[in-house]
Write a protein that binds this ligand. Structure first.
Ligand SMILES: [Zn+2]
Length: 123
C-alpha cells in the first residue's frame, strides 16, 4: 500500500532494516506504530523517501480501521461500551445519552476517542 493512502494523522515509519526489507510501518500520532513495534530510532523511511508500507500487521490494522470508520456512529458507541465492560451506572448513563446532544456537542470528540481507543487493540 502506498503511503498516500494513509490518514492525515499517520506517516510511514521504518528503521534501516525496514527500509531494506520493505517492511515499513504505519506510525499514528498518539499511538506509535499500529503493530506496536517500538519506533525508537531515526525514521529512515522518511529520509529514504520510501513510498510503500510493507509491515503485514500494520496493513491489517489499517484495513480494520478503514472498516471501523465505515460503521455508523451508534454502532461504534455500542461496541465500545461492550468492550469497556461498563458498570451499571456507566451503562445507564450511556443509555440515556441523547444522540441529538451528541450530535451537537461531543460527536467529534467521542468519535476521535473511540477511534484512537480501538486502534490500540483491534488486530
Ligand atoms: Zn508494523
Amino acid at each position: 500500500m502506498k503511503k498516500e493512502s494513509l490518514q492525515s494523522n499517520q506517516i510511514i515509519y521504518g528503521n534501516k532494516g525496514n527500509v531494506w526489507a520493505n517492511t515499513c510501518h504505519i506510525y499514528q500520532s498518539g499511538i506509535g506504530n499500529l503493530c506496536r513495534t517500538p519506533a525508537l530510532a531515526t525514521n529512515w523511511a522518511k529520509i529514504e523517501m520510501v513510498e510503500e508500507i510493507g509491515c503485514p500487521k500494520c496493513l491489517q490494522l489499517f484495513q480494520n480501521q478503514e472498516l471501523w470508520n465505515k460503521q455508523p456512529f451508534l454502532e461504534r458507541l455500542i461496541f465500545l461500551a461492550n468492550k469497556c465492560n461498563l458498570n451499571e451506572d456507566e451503562a445507564s448513563i450511556l443509555a440515556k445519552l441523547n444522540l441529538e446532544e451528541i450530535d451537537s456537542i461531543n460527536r467529534d470528540t467521542i468519535n476521535i476517542a473511540i477511534t484512537n481507543y480501538l486502534s490500540k487493540f483491534i488486530a
